[in-house]
Design a protein around this ligand. Structure first.
Ligand code: FES
Length: 113
């Protein structure tokens, strides 16, 4: 059984519309604060190796800085090519002035041919 990995960050550190990145369990996690809520996802684009926190957050759409794929931060689904695989999303809750995130286990890497 894998050990659950959790992290806690200050709510004040995450500004609306500005993706915030943090590390946990050797993974990069991007926290996105929108008008609809706060969401946590893997930070590496599923198309190639780009950091999504360096892209743009428009509403609930997170846009990759490298080739422009976009993802819905609410569920990780792909909204725009060239990515075809969704982002892994993580469970999050607000406790006082902190954001607590419980990481979903990483999926094994897959090659796309
Ligand atoms: S690396 Fe993100 S769209 Fe290509």
């Amino acid at each position: 059984m894998s050990k659950e990995i959790c992290l806690s960050i200050a709510l004040a550190d995450v500004a609306e519309g500005k993706p915030h990145v943090c590390m946990a369990g050797g993974r990069e996690i991007v926290i996105c604060r929108t008008k609809d809520g706060i969401y946590a996802l893997d930070n590496i684009c599923t198309h190639a190796h780009a950091r999504l926190n360096e892209g743009r957050l428009r509403g609930t759409r997170l846009i990759c800085p490298l080739h422009g794929a976009s993802f819905d931060v609410r569920d990780g689904r792909v909204l725009g090519a060239p990515a075809t695989r969704p982002l892994c999303t993580h469970t999050l809750r607000i406790v006082g002035d902190r954001i607590e995130i419980s990481l979903r286990p990483a999926e094994p890497a897959r090659l796309t041919i």
